[in-house]
Design a protein around this ligand. Sequence first.
Ligand SMILES: Nc1ncnc2c1ncn2[C@@H]1O[C@H](COP(=O)(O)OP(=O)(O)OP(=O)(O)O)[C@@H](O)[C@H]1O
Ligand SMILES: [Mg+2]
Length: 272
Amino acid sequence: MIRRVWREALKHKAKRYPPAEVDPTIAGHSNSGGDGRKEIIRFEKVSKIYRMGDVEVPALREVDLVVYRGEFIVILGPSGSGKTTLLNLLGGMDTVTSGRLVVNGWDISQLSVQELTEYRRTQIGFVFQFFNLIPTLTALENVELALELVDGGGREKAMRALEAVGLAHRADHFPSQLSGGEQQRVAIARAICKDPPILLCDEPTGELDYETGKRILALMQDINEKQGQTIILVTHNSAISDISHRTVYLHSGRLAKVVRTEKRKRAEELEW
Ligand SMILES: Nc1ncnc2c1ncn2[C@@H]1O[C@H](COP(=O)(O)OP(=O)(O)OP(=O)(O)O)[C@@H](O)[C@H]1O
Ligand SMILES: [Mg+2]
């Protein structure tokens, strides 16, 4: 069954892979490998309208956006402006009403439910505001679960991910025995353990105090720079845009503007 889904997905891939585009303006940054940037996400006039009985709620309206591999994108906008909707579409947790959304060669505006499952498993890591750890599993087991493997390889990979977030020594602790910042680090380990090309983060520091929040952002910046993962981070905190390559501003479901960060900061330098 999985194999068939893969075959179908690969067909989609072959058929729908967009021409790789290079953005020369980001070619100089540290992940570029010197050969410019390749696009990884393309929104083409993407709209999402929720229907509640007779009422239509337009959550996103004709959004056009291209994100390049290895970019750190921050999404800002008032409550209800469509930030979570945009992440949910990217995460394959919801489908577009109209327009086209292509992610790493997968035209996710065309995928079946099964293909979307495969897409989520292989392409996306999620970090949420409320960590979403399973309380009855240890840190290590929470990460292992995401790998959906029963052999020893799963455990090793999970342990490596915990090491990457500096929590190997807490592997056997349950979430209730961890601080908020540590729980979020387990959640990040869970998101990165499968090495997905894209990390989606919805208010990942929303529940954390100032110093812990900055440490989590530093970890994200590190993952982006060392592993080259593309990060899309939603927040209400405009100070965080200083660690991004570009910030996308949403307003009433529309993309109001995209601003390139002229002088990027280290997460440790942020102040709010
Ligand atoms: N499942 C849904 N059904 C109906 N309407 C929805 C649904 N999800 C979101 N909406 C509506 O779509 C709009 C955008 O919501 P969204 O959650 O994307 O906003 P947001 O920018 O993430 O807000 P916040 O900053 O408060 O998290 C809102 O008007 C919201 O009420
Ligand atoms: Mg939201």
